[in-house]
Design a protein around this ligand. Structure first.
Ligand code: PHE
Length: 345
């Protein structure tokens, strides 16, 4: 039997094939059901026990050699000229085997934009590098407000004695709304999605770069009831029809009154679980009625018009929707993580 194995091994090393068909024949001859290797395994039953270990190993090695040879020949085909000619032909249909998936942040981003566009909100964008006016002053941030501090803001030009000429990476997309108010007349109904930057330590719950969608609605007689109804609609569309909302009082320089919005936990339905820390509620966004000072700063008559605004983190919504517990996963491009979203829209 040892001689037989040796002979087959020699045959394998010397073997050469001309095309894929011959390669397949070779594979069947050696690895097929009735192939050499299986024959050897059937004969193996008769091998005396003291020789079994040695011969068993040899057959296994032979099998590995055959597989290696097949792979080698296969590779050589893939690189041969004929194949290369075919690959150069740009009119052939593309190979869809490795079609990519959308990033979970893009999925949620698109969903948020779609939900608001269904009730008449358009999308506005603005620069990621912002001046002091649009990021802070127009939005009613007092000059000594801590959010302007180096701890929160990445300043590009920072002269504490000349606050008006500071330039920074935007810390929120509310600055886009300031720009929209300056350049258009009410009624305004817009959302501004985009990347924002804050000088935070990177952890499972925070990152120095993240994404926001902020919304703004300005018209005559806009009230807190409109804000409530709009956000209730959003929460139901995003997390399911049975979702309830609640407001908690809060503070933002650019809204008065201000609130934070909670939705019933989409995991336990409000009964209490470790995701909602047994409260039944999850915080999803900040909101409020646009402060009349902000309207005035941006050239809108605050006697005639009122408005509401809200802002949410896309990462936070995605984490809640897909039960992702570490924010860093969004930025690592780990294939195992991303592949899970292949079937999502
Ligand atoms: N700009 C706020 C933030 O970045 C969110 C917000 C927007 C709050 C609009 C109220 C109104 O946290």
């Amino acid at each position: 039997m040892q001689i037989k194995i040796q002979k087959i091994l020699e045959e394998v090393t010397q073997l050469n094939v001309k095309n894929k068909q011959e390669l397949e024949e070779f594979r069947v001859k050696f690895l097929g059901k009735k192939g050499y290797i299986n024959d050897l395994f059937s004969e193996f039953k008769n091998v005396p026990s003291e020789k079994r270990k040695e011969i068993g190993q040899k057959i296994n090695n032979l099998k590995i050699e055959v597989q290696k040879k097949i792979n080698l020949l296969k590779d050589s085909f893939e690189n041969n000229e004929e194949e290369l000619e075919i690959k150069k032909d740009l009119t052939l249909p593309v190979d869809f085997e490795n079609l990519g998936a959308r990033h979970p942040l893009s999925i949620v981003y698109n969903e948020i934009v779609n939900i608001f566009s269904r009730i008449g909100f358009n999308v506005s964008e603005g620069p990621e590098i912002e001046d002091e006016w649009h990021n802070f002053s127009a939005l009613n941030f007092p000059e000594e407000h801590p959010a302007r501090d180096m701890q929160d803001t990445f300043f590009i030009e920072n002269n504490p004695n000349d606050i008006k000429n500071q330039v920074a990476l935007r810390t929120h997309t509310s600055c886009v709304q300031a720009r929209v108010m300056e350049s258009s007349k009410p009624p305004i109904r817009t959302i501004s999605p985009g990347r924002v930057f804050r000088n935070e330590a990177i952890s499972a719950r925070a990152h120095c770069i993240f994404h926001q969608v902020e919304g703004l609605y300005i018209d005559k007689n806009v009230s807190f009831a409109d804000l409530k109804q709009t956000l209730l609609y959003f929460a139901k569309e995003m997390f399911g029809e049975s979702t309830k909302i609640r407001f908690r009082p809060s503070y933002f320089p650019f809204t008065e009154p201000s609130a934070e919005l909670d939705v019933t936990c989409n995991i336990c339905g409000g009964k209490g679980c470790n995701v909602c820390k047994y409260t039944g509620w999850l915080e999803i966004l900040g909101c409020g009625m646009v402060d009349p000072n902000v309207l005035k700063n941006c050239g809108i008559d605050n006697e005639k018009y009122t408005g509401f605004a809200f802002g949410m983190g896309i990462e936070r919504i995605a984490m809640l929707k897909y039960q992702i517990n570490d924010l860093r996963l969004f930025f690592e491009n780990d294939m195992g993580f991303l592949k899970q979203f292949e079937s999502a829209i």
